[in-house]
Design a protein around this ligand. Sequence first.
Ligand SMILES: [Zn+2]
Length: 272
Amino acid sequence: MKTINISGIELYLFKNLSDFDNITHFVSSRKGGCSNGQFKSLNIGFNIGDDDHNVIQNRKALSEATDISFGNFTFARQCHGSNIFFVDNSLRGSSSADEESSLGNADGMITSLPDICITVKVADCVPVLLYEPDNHAAAVIHAGWKGTVNKITGKAVEKMIRFCGSKPGNIYAGIGPSIGPCCYETGNDVYREYMDKGFTGKDIMIPSKQKDKYYLNLWQANKKQLTELGVKPENIEEASICTKCNNESFFSSRASDGKTGRFAAGIMLKKK
Ligand SMILES: [Zn+2]
């Protein structure tokens, strides 16, 4: 990834997605906002204890920095499931200004329409962005350990194939900052679920020195879903940035006992 700083707002951009002029995308950091305490400072999430006015101010600042209209930001109610919405014009701007108007329970969104910035909020879970230029289609995914084991990223690719006519070989992917395998120790219950769903690679569940503990590599588990469906490895960019190790730049739930803000990752198609 590369970083840019616009009036104090630090944005992370995937190099592979930056090559396309007819999309806008970003991953926000926690820098440059107005929230305080554990939400310091660019908290994008409502209903987690921060003042709504701060969240709106932060989203407006993000809107200016990204040059994406405030009313084009579109959010779903994330629930660690594997539901994926196709977002059309009737859903544009859902939850841009409050949590209540979110477009429903979903952890992934796809669209093939311009000026809809499909966006996820994260603080350790993996944000994944997909773009397929031939059919001008995009997806955004919120993949925590549950979404990942239920193959939400693979499901998003399948939906792009079905609804947008995308070919996996044309899809470009960005796997964003999240808790890394360096810091994500899990127990036997999580290990079993990953084994049962075929995530058997030693690069995905790395045995810890502690008995019955494993370090989970969410980046690799999401990459596997993409390559198994035919996305080319050279078209996948992995940020390899651990949110817990880089807590000064990103909100991390595990670095703050669950009491923290959210950063955002979004992608928007421009008119072709
Ligand atoms: Zn780490």
